[in-house]
Design a protein around this ligand. Structure first.
Ligand code: DX5
Ligand code: ZN
Length: 219
């Protein structure tokens, strides 16, 4: 099953609830929620308050919290309380990756590891059986609207083979520079869950009430 996860990093934050309602009504499956701390990555975004506000607004779709923060552990319970479904983190941001995965699961959320383009996959040898999601970055984290890095397709093929070989129930998500022009090639590499920020939210057409239908249908 393929799933589309719009990254709200590219949404209009002045009307975030409405933006999320619109992409979900247009066929999106998951809300991708980028958390940046101006320390692990050079940008500053949103925290648990905003996740909680989306739940209070009535969003029932899975919320995929992508933590680009360091340290990572102390914010996990707050996101769990705020209604996160998935919590993913970068291994470079945690002193004890196995413990952080445990914290996420104990808090009642699904756990994922995120690999930057240059980060090797070795850690999956022992961690993959514990994971609900592997998130491959196809840009360097920190900003929307960057260009897809092609060698990450090779990493996707490798992770797909590992997931299939072990028969794991683990989503393979990709994040960065994905849109209608390359999504088929990315799917062919074994990815099942597609984050798209600028490709979706920049496709707005003020004259078109359901402005996100066309781009999501093309994905
Ligand atoms: C980048 C974020 C992405 C970003 C994707 O650090 O993790 O989720 O918003 O944006 P696009 O789809 O515009 O590359
Ligand atoms: Zn992201």
């Amino acid at each position: 099953m393929y799933q589309i996860a719009p990254s709200i990093l590219s949404a209009n934050f002045a009307k975030l609830g409405e933006e999320v309602d619109n992409v979900l009504a247009a066929g999106a499956d998951i809300v991708h929620f980028d958390v940046m701390d101006n320390h692990y990555v050079p940008n500053l975004t949103i925290g648990p308050l905003v996740c909680d506000a989306l739940r209070a607004h009535g969003v029932t779709a899975p919320i995929d919290v992508h933590l680009m923060v360091k340290p990572v552990d102390r914010i996990i319970p707050d996101f769990a309380k705020a209604g996160a479904t998935f919590i993913t983190f970068h291994p470079e941001a945690s002193e004890h990756v196995d413990r952080t995965i445990g914290l996420i699961k104990e808090s009642g959320c699904k756990a994922g590891l995120v690999f930057n383009p240059a980060t090797p996959l070795d850690i999956l040898e022992y961690m993959l059986p514990k994971l609900d999601m592997v998130l491959l970055m196809s840009v360097n984290p920190g900003f929307g609207g960057q260009k897809f890095i092609p060698y990450t397709l090779d990493k996707a093929r490798k992770v797909r083979a590992m997931i299939d070989a072990g028969g794991y129930n683990c989503l393979l998500e990709i994040d960065g520079g994905v849109g209608p022009a390359n999504i088929r090639e990315v799917a062919a590499a074994g990815v099942d869950t597609f984050v798209a920020g600028s490709a979706i939210f920049n496709a707005r057409n003020a004259a078109d009430k359901n402005q996100f239908d066309t781009v999501i249908a093309a994905m």
